[in-house]
Ligand binder design. Structure first.
Ligand code: ATP
Ligand code: MG
Length: 366
């Protein structure tokens, strides 16, 4: 049994997701998985680094790079311990790292993930494959989204055209339609604005099941104003992040007029739903939609998307046999396996890069 361990910590910083995957069983089997919350102090320091990007202390950056690698290692070691699997049974860890800045739009395009792979190798005793995005950026691509190539591998069907939407901090769509190469792009916000707004007004990490949003009323004029955001009508390839969709962006859109916070939350939920549904309607008309990422648990959000796409089918990737919480972690296990096999795992049709590339660097344990 050749096992690979995929690790993902997304922009929401809700948890370090880890999935131990066996690819010898077609198409794959999740042997064990875990979501390890960040230690609050570490989360707060990384958040400060990301939000105060124009005041970064290099020592703090260096410290967090290594501290995160230790947090990833602790999550990985604990997963293996509880599953009763020895490190030498794992061929490699595919580690996404923590994105601290994503600027493929600058004259010298870049994307930066931290969580030092050398430290991770030393602290786990396992070969690490990491730094998956930068090669695609160097090849002229957005470096994001990476998931569509993996979705193509596991979710493409001859029976129906499909769209896969990952609702993490940012939303991204993968289009799997008959007879055409996989495409995909970031649709706009996923949970990012919903989390930020409830954090500011109620001190919560997220709006459980969208209940707070459901208690408010969507402000149609505000919704139209949010939908005017130019990013939404840019043609793909395109990617975005919390560099654009953040509280500062929202405050600018809100202006001085007084509003009930729950009405703003209701409007933000409709905004996310509309940006996702518009992308699916335009690029995958008639396709069934399968949702993964933490937003797949937000029933109010899923209902809002389904209402906009009716009568198209909207369901969780769970119905296709893959737990929506671990699609990304499994993808990074798959990317590690591809890279070690000398195979490409990106697509120019998705990111706009000059071609497919073998992604990431290999940090061999032995
Ligand atoms: N029961 C729930 N109700 C509402 N929202 C939920 C629920 N469970 C999770 N979420 C949302 O999902 C988010 C986490 O999703 P996920 O882990 O996919 O995002 P991420 O770590 O930012 O990843 P990405 O890299 O894809 O952006 C939480 O911050 C929260 O907003
Ligand atoms: Mg997460």
């Amino acid at each position: 049994m050749a096992l690979y361990l995929g690790m993902m910590s997304g922009t929401s910083m809700d948890a370090i997701d880890a999935a131990l995957v066996d690819f010898d069983v077609a198409p794959l089997r999740i042997v064990a998985s875990s979501a390890t919350p960040f230690e609050p102090d570490l989360k707060q320091r990384v958040t400060a680094l990301v939000d105060r990007w124009d005041h970064v202390c290099l020592d703090e950056l260096g410290q967090l790079d290594v501290a995160l690698a230790h947090a990833f290692a602790a999550a990985s070691n604990e997963l293996l311990r509880s599953a009763g699997i020895a490190p030498d049974a794992v061929t490699a860890i595919g580690s996404h790292g923590q994105t601290i800045r994503h600027r493929p739009d600058l004259p010298f395009p870049f994307t930066t993930q931290i969580g030092d792979p050398s430290t991770l190798t030393e602290a786990t005793g396992i070969t690490v494959v990491a730094d998956f995005r930068r090669r695609d950026v160097a090849a002229g691509g957005q470096g994001a989204p990476l998931l569509p190539v993996f979705h193509d591998q596991v979710f493409r069907s001859d029976a129906e055209p499909r769209a896969i939407v990952n609702l993490g901090g940012i939303g991204n769509v993968t289009v799997l339609t008959r007879g055409s190469s996989v495409t995909g792009f970031d649709t706009g916000p996923g949970n990012r604005l919903l989390d930020a707004w409830i954090g500011r007004h109620r001190g919560l990490d997220y709006d459980q099941d969208g209940a707070w949003a459901a208690s408010g009323t969507c402000d149609q004029a505000l919704l139209e104003h949010l939908l005017d955001e130019p990013y939404l009508s840019l043609p793909p390839p395109k990617s975005t992040g919390r560099e654009l969709f953040n509280l500062e962006w929202l405050d600018n859109k809100l202006g001085p007029s007084p509003r009930r916070p729950e009405d703003v939350q209701a409007t933000l939920l409709e905004f996310t739903a509309a940006s996702v549904a518009d992308a699916v309607r335009r690029f995958a008309p008639g396709a069934s939609l399968y949702v993964c990422g933490g937003g797949a648990h937000n029933q109010t959000l899923l209902r809002a998307i389904a209402r906009r796409l009716a009568p198209q089918r909207v369901a969780s990737t769970a119905v296709l046999g893959l737990d929506p919480d671990y699609v990304e972690a499994v993808a990074f296990a798959w990317f590690a396996r591809r890279t070690l096999a000398g195979l490409t795992s990106s697509a120019g049709s998705v990111t706009g890069a000059r071609g497919a590339r073998i992604l990431g660097g290999v940090y061999r344990h032995a």
